[in-house]
Every structure is written in structure tokens, then in C-alpha cells.
Ligand binder design. Structure first.
Ligand code: GLC
Ligand code: CA
Length: 569
């Protein structure tokens, strides 16, 4: 690969959920050979890097996020030789490979945990060296050591045996948390990461990494919520710096993106700052939580546009020159964006998909495209709980339906709106059976809309969502202002439109988006309106079929779901 400092600053990352991407041997599960087969597709889209969700040996309670061997490939996905070939074939096409590192926990079936749970001492009475690899505490008053609730439901502690200690698991009991306070454990993880970098991977997406240091007192949470108590603990910064020193800094031009719920711009400035001393960028979650309600993700409200605009402006302006943003709406944990905002079931589905893509891609940061997003794939209409695979949704079902909080119908609707499986239905390649994903029975149902939404169709159409993403990705390469320009929001209180400027000394980009199926206006500032009248305005991209630009005026009227970017110079 070419040596390029901070190559991620004008690169778009394509995210692959391997189970659901492309199955080449008919077992219904996507595989590494399937990724290799589709590298040219990713190349055609224009993405310069791929983030691949975990493909390591796993007990598969959480689809790979419960690792049993960090240095082996899950047989469902293929072999180590295929992983090496994937890295090589990607590099040959100028595509970098980011792998997903789960450093906060392993599977309860990982050999370390199997040893750890044997007790504090070996039968010979010597200390068990693996005990300290995980977090063990004595129970309190016959119960768990504290009131923390696991992210996937239930207590965050599970007792080992009737008399035994409790181990901590932030996610599910099958995902025991590693104890980063142990220097031996840290060194094992660092060694393993160096091993992958020596194989040629170009960096990591660091799963749930904000949780590796927790409140050392394990104090009760005011409301049971574990997130604030178990994230960004007192040693987090030291651990992160050590990870950089011992692993990341030893390799040139590698990229890291750290998944961090509970993030703030202040935290981004420390952990994703421009000097590269810790990580390259972070995934923050604040925009993801805007449509969550009282019971976190299992309630639903519409995203209010002014709140979203203010939030994005907050991140864009606070990180400017200080830290680097990631830009995303879709991943394997999130429902499909066009079902959240767009006209997913209506006649303007494609137009609305292009609109929200443009709105995101013209911001500062590294955009992530999650498989199928570039086709405008939508949520899945779950009609029966037997169609659901995700343990988070299944646990929520048990809780909300089991305790009579929601009816079955209500819960299925919530899962169709919010559940993670919406992102995990098979990639829609063409209109043949199973959407061309597999010749066998897919591990999760295919969205019934694949005859209408699929890659084969979109590659033949000039005006498809795929072609639009291709143009957006190309624009980032052509216009340095997209990487360097300052962000300035416009008309923040307007409930229907999203508009902003990107600004350098010599030019401005004006981004105009209408989030509604009706006409809506963006009010420009007087200063901007006079500047527009004096200068040359050039349309760079629009989602209007006829290619026409919006008619500029002091208040610009946008057509339904119209999106455009204009250069003022
Ligand atoms: C991250 C992953 C998610 C996984 C969890 C536990 O949030 O993105 O898929 O379930 O961590 O590893
Ligand atoms: Ca397969």
C-alpha cells in the first residue's frame, strides 16, 4: 500500500458484516471467500478501506463478538490462508483492511476464562495465573456485588457455582469482561494485535473499548445503568496510551477507530486528537440516541431536526482542528437509516436515501458506509419472533413481553424499528433466490424487498443510490475543502431542512437538504445571500433526476427530499 500520512482523512470506509455479506459455499453463512469475490464491487464504489466485523473463532452467542481464539478464523468464515489472501487481494486493489478488535471481553468459552473460573488457586495450592485475567468479586448480601445491569439485559454479574465469586460482564453472561488491570493480560492482547499488524492489516476498529477501565470501587449506579459507571474509568487514558505505545505506534500509517458510547467532544479531544498519540478517531453515539426514549433503545420517538442539527454542529465545530470525526448512521448495531428518516416505503425512497447520504458525506470526518446502505436497503418487517436472531432483541423480548410491558405485536414493531437484525439481513446482490447472497438457506431471512432493491439493478442505472454514493465518495477525493473546511450551520431552528456551509479561505460549499416529502425553505443569512449574488455558484451534485440546481434566493425553496451541494467561489 502507498505510504500516505493520515490517509483516512479523505477516505470512505466500507463496513462488512461477514455473516451477511456473501456466502460462497451454500451453508447460508457469508464467508471470507465471499468478501474476496466482492472486492471489485467495493473498489467500484470508491471506498479505500474495509472494516470487517469479527471473523475469529467464536462461540457465536453474539455473532463473533464473543471470541474463543483471537488468532484463529471461525471455520464458518474460512481459513487463515483465506484471511491472508483477503488482505493481499484488497491491497492489490488499493483497499486497506481494518479488523474488529474486541478487547473488553472474550467468550465464556475462551481458554483463558475456562482456566480463570477454576478458582483463585490451582489444586496444588499455587495462585491460578488466569484468575486475574477477568474481574471476580464476592457477592453482597446473598446477591450480586452491585446493581449494575448488563447492556444485553439482566445483572452484569454472574455467579460461578453456588459458593463461588461473581464475574463481571458488561454485555451478556457469555461475554466475561477482561481485567485490564492485569499487566500479563494487557501484554497478551498487545502481542496478539502486533501479530495481526505483522500479517498486514491496516488498523483496527476497537469494539466497546471505552469500557476497559471501570470504577474500581464498583459503586452502585443511581439507576442501574452500567454505561456511565463502567466506561472511561480512572485508568482508561493510561491503558489507551499504553496500547498506542506498545502496538499502534510501532507501525506506520495504521488507523484506529474506537467505539465509545458516553463520548463527548472533550473526550474526543483526548482520545482522537490530531497528534496521533492515542486513536485516529472515535465513534460517538449521541446522534444515535436522539430517537431513543426512556427505556433507551426500546422506545421510539421521531428525531427532531433542530436537535439533530445542533448536535452535529456541536461535534463538527468542537472537533475542528482538535480531533477527527467519524461520520455514520448505519452499522451492524443500528436499524437502517432510510427507515429512520427517509421515505422507505414511499415513492421517494431512492431520492430520500440520496438526500441523507449527501447530508452526512459533506461533513468533516471519515464517512462509513455499511453494506447495503449504498443501495438504500431498509429495515426488515419482522412478523414473528422466530425470525429474530440477535440476542439483544431476544433478551428484550423476554423482558418486555414476559413482564407484560409490551404486547407481542408492539414488541415486534419495536424490533422492526430498532433491532440490530435490521442491519444483518443478507446483502441484496440481485433478484435471484435469496437475493444472490447464498445458494443455501440463509442464517437470517432475506428482506422481501430484494427484487426492488439490489446491487445488480443499481449498477445498471445511472441514477441509482449506488451511483450517487459513488459520486459522493469521488467528491471527497476531488475537493480538499471536504477534508479541511470549517463547518458552519445554517437555519438551525427550521424543523424540515438541514443546511450548512463548509468554509476555507478561498471557497465555500453550501449544502442544502430537505428532510420532508413536501417543499421546505432554508433561510440564508444576509451576508451569505449577498456573497452568492456577487460570486460564481457551481452545482457539484444534486439528487434531482433532471440535474437541476435549487433556485437560489434569500430563502431557498427545496423540492421534496431535495439535496444539493453548491460551490461558491
Ligand atoms: C459492540 C459491537 C456489538 C457487540 C458489542 C459487544 O457494541 O458493535 O455488535 O454486540 O460491542 O461486543
Ligand atoms: Ca459460507
Amino acid at each position: 500500500m502507498k505510504r500516505e500520512a493520515k490517509w483516512w482523512k479523505n477516505c470512505v470506509v466500507y463496513q462488512i458484516y461477514p455473516r451477511s455479506f456473501r456466502d460462497t459455499n451454500g451453508d447460508g453463512i457469508g464467508d471470507l471467500a465471499g468478501i474476496i469475490e466482492k472486492l471489485d464491487y467495493v473498489k467500484e464504489l470508491g471506498c479505500g478501506a474495509i472494516w470487517i466485523c469479527p471473523f475469529y473463532a467464536s462461540s457465536d452467542y453474539d455473532n463473533g463478538y464473543d471470541i474463543t481464539d483471537y488468532q484463529a478464523i471461525h471455520p464458518d468464515f474460512g481459513t487463515m490462508e483465506e484471511a491472508e489472501r483477503l488482505i493481499e487481494e484488497a491491497h492489490r486493489r488499493g483497499i486497506r483492511i481494518l479488523i474488529d478488535m474486541v478487547l473488553n471481553h472474550t467468550s465464556c468459552e475462551h481458554p483463558w476464562f475456562l482456566e480463570s473460573k477454576k478458582g483463585r488457586e490451582n489444586p496444588q495450592g499455587t495462585p491460578n495465573p488466569y484468575r486475574d485475567y477477568y474481574i471476580w468479586r464476592e457477592g453482597k448480601n446473598g446477591g450480586a456485588p452491585n446493581n449494575w445491569e448488563a447492556i444485553f439485559g439482566g445483572s452484569a454479574w454472574t455467579r460461578c457455582g453456588e459458593e463461588g465469586d461473581h464475574y463481571l460482564h458488561i454485555f451478556s453472561p457469555m461475554q466475561p469482561d477482561l481485567n485490564w488491570e492485569s499487566p500479563e493480560l494487557r501484554e497478551e492482547l498487545f502481542r496478539m494485535m502486533r501479530w495481526w499488524l505483522d500479517k498486514g492489516v491496516d488498523g483496527f476498529r476497537l469494539d466497546a473499548v471505552c469500557y476497559i477501565s471501570k470504577d474500581p470501587e464498583f459503586t452502585d449506579s443511581p439507576d442501574g445503568n452500567i454505561r456511565p459507571c463502567a466506561s472511561f474509568g480512572p485508568h482508561f487514558e493510561a491503558f489507551a496510551r499504553e496500547l498506542n505505545r506498545e502496538v499502534l505506534s510501532k507501525y506506520e500509517n495504521i488507523m484506529t477507530v474506537a467505539e465509545m458510547s458516553e463520548s463527548t467532544p472533550e473526550r474526543a479531544e483526548i482520545f482522537a486528537n490530531e497528534d496521533g498519540s492515542i486513536f485516529s478517531m472515535i465513534f460517538q453515539f449521541q446522534h444515535m440516541d436522539l430517537d431513543g426514549g426512556d427505556s433507551f433503545k426500546w422506545t421510539h420517538r421521531k428525531i427532531e431536526l433542530p436537535a439533530l442539527k445542533k448536535l452535529m454542529a456541536y461535534w463538527q465545530t468542537n472537533l475542528y482542528g482538535r480531533a477527527w470525526n467519524s461520520l455514520y448512521w448505519c452499522n451492524h448495531d443500528q436499524p437502517r437509516i432510510f427507515s429512520r428518516f427517509g421515505d422507505a416505503e414511499g415513492p421517494l425512497r431512492e431520492k430520500s436515501a440520496k438526500m441523507s447520504a449527501l447530508c452526512t458525506h459533506m461533513m468533516q470526518g471519515t464517512p462509513y458506509v455499511f453494506q447495503g446502505e449504498e443501495l438504500g436497503m431498509t429495515n426488515y418487517p419482522f412478523r414473528d419472533i422466530s425470525e429474530v436472531r440477535d440476542l439483544e432483541s431476544l433478551n428484550a423480548w423476554e423482558h418486555f413481553v414476559g413482564n407484560g410491558i409490551h404486547t407481542e405485536e408492539e414488541m415486534l414493531e419495536l424490533i422492526s424499528l430498532r433491532g440490530r437484525d435490521n442491519a444483518r439481513t443478507p446483502m441484496q446482490w440481485d433478484d435471484s433466490p435469496n437475493a444472490g447472497f447464498s445458494d443455501g438457506k440463509p442464517w437470517i431471512p432475506v428482506n422481501p424487498n430484494y427484487p426492488q432493491i439490489n446491487a445488480k439493478d443499481q449498477l445498471t442505472r445511472e441514477n441509482s443510490v449506488f451511483r450517487f454514493y459513488q459520486k459522493l465518495i469521488a467528491l471527497r477525493k476531488e475537493h480538499a475543502i471536504l477534508t479541511t473546511g470549517r463547518y458552519e450551520p445554517l437555519d438551525l431552528e427550521d424543523p424540515d431542512t438541514f443546511a450548512y456551509l463548509r468554509i476555507t479561505e478561498s471557497e465555500k460549499l453550501l449544502v442544502l437538504c430537505n428532510y420532508r416529502a413536501h417543499e421546505a425553505g432554508v433561510k440564508l443569512t444576509e451576508e451569505l445571500w449577498s456573497e452568492i449574488q456577487e460570486k460564481t455558484v457551481q452545482l457539484l451534485l444534486t439528487n434531482e433526476e433532471d440535474g437541476s440546481a435549487p433556485v437560489l434566493a434569500s430563502t431557498v425553496t427545496l423540492r421534496p427530499y431535495e439535496a444539493a451541494v453548491l460551490k461558491i467561489a
